[in-house]
Design a binder for this molecule. Structure first.
Ligand code: FAD
Length: 225
């Protein structure tokens, strides 16, 4: 082919979780990648989100000694679909999700994205249905100092929480509102951490911005145009 300024193996439109993950997979496979983003910032809606990933049988819950499987998750999704039909789904798509999502988490962790279990108590929304999880199938990213991105740090789209606090702490704070002692302890802990980060010049970000930035080998310095 002629008449093109540049040719790549993988052209990605948009810089949300889906596209950036695909870029990472292709870079890992040795392919050339370009990510096209129409805004001035990396991250899309993903950067604004809570960043909680629902991943059945993920490595973190299994490491906690819990039993879960693709079949249990499939039973849950089928039952949820029976109760609350959604037009965009199919058994094939559901099966693909429950089998591939834990593999995607393994891939990201292996590539240096610092993830962890979201919470030990975050039940499925319809946990009473067959296959429903009464503990937690959630995965989130660990807090991330965006200074690690160097000059790219300012290209990360702003999230709604720009300090070193986890979503679980935010949820607990809600529950602690009426128990002043627990609430005070938590606020003190967060305050101490924020003070330390400020003194050390760290720029922690939280919730889903961490997913966009939290990779020790980010794909975009080579791939971004
Ligand atoms: C407040 C909030 C909280 C949420 N919390 C959660 C949660 O906890 N868990 C969960 O699973 N989901 C959550 N969601 C939903 C989730 O964030 C989205 O479903 C997900 O981020 C979509 O990812 P994406 O990769 O498809 O697209 P996006 O992250 O939106 O990325 C799309 C990117 O493509 C760019 N783009 C669009 N058109 C073009 C174009 N023509 N050329 C170039 N670039 C283009 C956009 O600018 C954008 O950067 C939440 C959403 C919100 C708003």
């Amino acid at each position: 082919m002629t008449g093109f300024d540049e040719m790549v193996d993988w052209l990605v439109v948009g810089s949300g979780a889906g596209s950036m993950a695909s870029a990472l997979v292709m870079r890992d496979a040795g392919k050339s990648v370009i990510i096209l983003e129409k805004t001035a910032f990396v991250g899309g809606t993903t950067a604004k989100s809570g960043g909680v990933m629902w991943v059945p049988a993920n490595r973190f819950m299994l490491a906690d000694g819990e039993s879960d499987s693709a079949d249990a998750a499939m039973a849950y999704l089928d039952a949820a679909q029976d109760e609350h039909p959604a037009p965009g789904t199919s058994p094939e798509k559901r099966r693909a999700y429950v089998t591939q999502a834990p593999r995607a988490i393994d891939f990201l962790v292996d590539k240096g994205v610092a993830l962890q279990r979201g919470a030990t108590f975050w039940p499925d929304y319809y946990d009473e249905l067959p296959g429903g999880c009464k503990t937690s199938r959630t995965v989130v990213a660990k807090p991330f100092d965006r200074k690690e991105l160097g000059p790219w740090r300012d290209k990360l789209r702003k999230g709604f929480a720009e300090f070193n606090v986890t979503l679980v702490e935010g949820m607990e704070a809600q529950g602690h509102r009426r128990t002043n002692k627990a609430s005070g302890k938590m606020l003190l802990r967060i305050f101490g951490r924020t003070l330390r980060d400020t003194l050390l010049g760290r720029q922690y970000t939280t919730l889903a911005r961490r997913c966009r930035g939290g990779c020790s080998r980010p794909p975009w310095p080579q791939a971004w145009t």
